[in-house]
Every structure is written in structure tokens, then in C-alpha cells.
Design a protein around this ligand. Structure first.
Ligand code: HAM
Length: 451
């Protein structure tokens, strides 16, 4: 038997009702803040992610689904034996995206998106979205990371994210943007009834601060790094900031003693961070400062944040985000400061108090046709659905007892019997399945009565 691949899962009814409930609330809230939806491809050139998320991050170094796509003329030749030629690749070569697709016949390194910010910024540049004044974008969709699956961690997971990006002249660098995005998130979580969240906030500074901080980290690591895990020993050389991503318990006491980015913020970054905090306080969004929070992606500058939720267990980050002021330039675009976030939708759904049963819309009516009445039942079903009622149709082969059982199992409020006499009189018997009350209702009055 073929099963869903490890780390992936089927979302089944009635749970999908909960997902739809979340997505409807999200779209509603985003609309109020003037965010509009963008949909980017699920796979992109590998170089997009290595350049934005960063070669040294866990995501790019270990977790991406990368393959070499078949070259164009190889594809044309592929009537036989093509399978062996389209070998998949992994490792440094594919990660750096060194295979150029434009070269005839050579494969192109492609990757299933591990996150969506890079794709949005690529689209922003590719379509010159600044010219169209499109600077507040949101997305909902699957992302892929080859992580060790556990509760709240999947290899295909879903993110709900938003990005506010644009030329600095449009205010995209302002601390007001950061505060607006954070306040929107607080509003969204409250609206969904998730009240016990904690907003952890930090500033990771700008490139200048980072250079000084990295230097200090290198120095601080030198005498102790020999006692740390192999990953940290590599990070200490290539990108010391990433040492803060380490989850190895034995390394934590050492990491606790390292310098913090907060000690290295220059004046503009410090002022920016203070302004974000001042607005949050003004609008009543509670937060706590966490100067160990550096986030697992390299593109961040200044404001970085996570919302955590106690009920989630080890994977307690319900969402994360931050500012990425140099990302557009790093991808060959114009200066376009930005800030955004992504919610782990799987985790968001796990932290809801609502149940799927609670948000599911059950059938308003079950239409039960007697012998030869399938056509009449279909006609009634069509009429009632035009009144925005949820209708389930039975079948003329069912005995009345079976129809009642099916209506009850479907959770219908009413059962509507369609027989010869009813059709002739154009009046139908409608029974409330909860109370047992039964009434005769004329066709034209049915929808009103059922609602
Ligand atoms: P991230 O922190 O890598 O940030 O992911 C954001 C959220 O996605 C996490 O807080 C978590 O809830 C969820 N998530 C991540 N990996 C998994 C997984 N394997 N299984 C289930 N949920 C997961 C980003 O992706 C950035 N692009 C966010 C951002 C947008 N920053 C600026 N703009």
C-alpha cells in the first residue's frame, strides 16, 4: 500500500473546515490593513534561496528539496532511457545554483520553496511592483523543508505570510511599518481567540552592526568553540551569528556567555528599535525583549520577532518575521526596505480553541426522494441551494428508514420528503430532525422555513 510520504499529511474533513475558518479570518484582517494577495510558484531557481536565506543557514545547508531539472534538448530526446539521465543532485553544487538553465542542454538547479519571502521579493523586482504601488502583499501556501518530522513540524507545511516592501520614500523603512505589522498580528491572533501568545522582540541591527558583532563573536568563540558541536565549529568560521541557531543542549551554557547583538546597535538602529517599541506600547501590544533572538535566516536586519504559544510544546513558534532592508539589492533589485512575517498555519490551527465540528457548516436539509423522484429532488435541491442553503441529496432507491438514517448521519437539520403526492400538490413534508416536528410547506416557502 502506498502511503503519504514521511513528514507530509492529508488534511481531511472536518479539519479542513478549521483551516478554511482560519484563512477566511486572515483574509479579512489583512484586507483591513490593505494587504493584497500574491501567489508565487512552488519551485524557484536554487540560487534565489541560497542568496537570500543564506548558504550557512540550516534551511539552505540541510533542508532544501533540490534537484537538477532536465536540460531543454535532453528533454526533447527523452523518448527512451530519460529516467537515468534526470538524476537528482544534492550538495554544494546544486545549492549554489551553479547550473545555469540558459545553457542549452544543461540542467538547471531548482528547489521547492522552503519559505516565501524570497519568492515575493523576486516577484517584486521582476514585475517592478513599486511602479504599481503594490507594497503590501500576503500569501497562503505550502512550503517544504527536509526537517525531522515531529508534532508541529512537517516536511510539507503551510505558511500564511505578509510582506510590506517598497522604496524608502514610501515609508517602508519607518518603524511605523514594523509596529503596524506587529499590531496586525496581535489583532489576528486575538480575533482567532488565541489570547495566550507571547511576542518576543529583538533588533539584529544593520550590516555595520553585524560586522562588529560577528568580529566580537569570533573572538569570544575562539577559546571555547573546541568544546562545541561540529556545526558550531563550522559556523564560528563561516557565519558566527548562526551559532545562536544551535539546539545542542551541551552547547547552551557556552552560548549563554556570548556577546549579544543589542550591545552593538549603532545610533540609527537603536533609535529605530526604540520607536517600534514606543508605538507598540502606545497601541497596547504587549511584548518582551529577547536579545538572543536572531532568527534562522540571513536576510534579517533591525527588527526581528517571534510569537510563541505555550500549548504548542517544543515547536512553540507560531510565527516569525522581521525586517530585511538589503534583500532586494542582494537579489539585483532596487533599494526596497521591507518587513514581513510567516505564520506556521499547521501550528496556528493546533493552538485554536475552536473545534472543527464547531465551525463546520452541516447540511440545512436532506432531500429524500421516493421511487422515481430523483429528478424532482434535484430540482428542489437546485432551488434551495440558490437560496444559499446547504443541501444533501438522497436517492430514490433508499427506503424511508435509510433516508432518515443518512440524514441524521450527515447532521442535517431537516429532512424533506419528495413523493408523487407532494409533487402534485407542490407542497412537501418537512421534518425537523432534532425536535421531530413535521409540517407541510409549499414549494415557494421552503427556503424561508428551512432557514
Ligand atoms: P521561519 O521562522 O523560518 O520564517 O518560519 C515561519 C514559521 O513557519 C515558523 O514560526 C513556524 O510556525 C512555521 N514553520 C517553519 N518550519 C516549519 C515546519 N517544518 N513545520 C511546520 N511549521 C513550520 C520564514 O519562513 C520567513 N520567510 C518569515 C518572514 C517573512 N520573514 C520576513 N517575512
Amino acid at each position: 500500500m502506498i502511503k503519504a510520504v514521511r513528514g507530509t499529511r492529508d488534511l481531511l474533513p472536518p479539519d479542513t473546515a478549521l483551516w478554511n475558518f482560519v484563512e477566511a479570518a486572515v483574509r479579512d484582517v489583512f484586507r483591513a490593513y490593505n494587504f493584497q494577495e500574491i501567489r508565487t510558484p512552488i519551485f524557484e531557481e536554487t540560487a534565489l534561496f541560497s542568496r537570500s536565506v543564506g548558504e550557512e543557514t540550516d534551511i539552505v545547508a540541510k533542508e532544501m528539496y533540490t534537484w537538477e531539472d532536465r536540460g531543454r534538448d535532453r528533454g526533447a530526446l527523452s523518448s527512451s532511457g530519460s529516467q537515468s539521465r534526470s538524476k537528482s543532485v544534492s550538495g554544494a553544487d546544486s545549492r549554489s545554483g551553479s547550473h545555469s538553465g540558459s545553457e542549452e542542454g544543461r540542467g538547471q538547479s531548482l528547489t521547492l520553496r522552503p519559505e516565501n519571502t524570497a519568492g515575493v521579493v523576486r516577484a517584486y523586482i521582476e514585475h517592478k511592483l513599486w511602479d504599481r504601488g503594490l507594497n503590501k502583499l500576503y500569501y497562503i501556501g505550502p512550503q517544504f523543508r527536509r526537517e525531522r518530522p515531529q508534532k508541529g513540524r512537517y516536511r510539507q507545511f503551510y505558511q500564511i505570510g505578509a510582506e510590506a516592501i517598497g522604496p524608502a520614500s514610501a515609508g517602508s523603512e519607518s518603524p511605523a511599518r514594523d509596529a503596524e505589522v506587529l499590531e496586525m498580528l496581535a489583532t489576528l491572533l486575538d480575533r482567532l481567540g488565541i489570547s495566550d501568545w507571547n511576542l518576543e522582540l529583538n533588533s539584529v541591527g544593520c550590516a555595520n552592526d553585524r560586522a562588529k558583532f560577528n568580529e566580537a563573536l569570533r573572538r569570544a568563540l575562539e577559546p571555547v568553540v573546541g568544546k562545541m558541536c561540529a556545526d558550531c565549529q563550522r559556523r564560528a568560521v563561516t557565519n558566527p551569528l548562526r551559532v545562536f541557531d544551535c539546539k545542542v543542549p551541551d552547547d547552551q551554557p557556552i552560548i549563554e556567555t556570548l556577546p549579544r547583538i543589542s550591545q552593538f546597535l549603532d545610533e540609527p538602529c537603536r533609535t529605530h528599535f526604540e520607536a517600534v517599541q514606543a508605538i507598540l506600547t502606545k497601541v497596547g501590544v504587549r511584548f518582551s525583549l529577547n536579545d538572543r533572538l536572531v532568527r534562522g535566516l540571513d536576510y534579517y536586519t533591525r527588527t526581528a520577532f517571534e510569537f510563541t504559544h505555550g500549548a504548542l510544546g517544543a515547536q512553540n513558534a507560531i510565527l516569525g518575521g522581521g525586517r530585511y532592508d538589503g534583500l532586494s539589492e542582494a537579489l539585483g533589485g532596487p533599494a526596497a526596505p521591507g518587513i514581513g512575517f510567516a505564520i506556521g498555519e499547521d501550528r496556528l490551527v493546533m493552538s485554536l480553541k475552536q473545534t472543527a465540528e464547531g465551525v463546520l457548516r452541516k447540511p440545512d436539509v436532506y432531500v429524500a426522494p421516493m421511487a422515481g423522484m430523483n429528478g424532482e429532488a434535484a430540482r428542489l435541491g437546485r432551488e434551495l441551494r440558490q437560496h444559499d442553503l446547504v443541501v444533501e441529496l438522497g436517492d430514490e432507491s433508499f427506503r424511508l428508514k435509510k433516508s432518515f438514517e443518512a440524514a441524521t448521519r450527515a447532521g442535517a437539520k431537516y429532512i424533506l420528503i419528495v413523493g408523487d403526492n407532494e409533487v402534485k400538490a407542490d407542497t412537501f413534508s418537512l421534518k425537523n430532525l432534532a425536535t421531530g416536528e413535521q409540517v407541510q410547506v409549499a414549494r415557494g416557502a421552503l427556503a424561508e422555513k428551512i432557514r
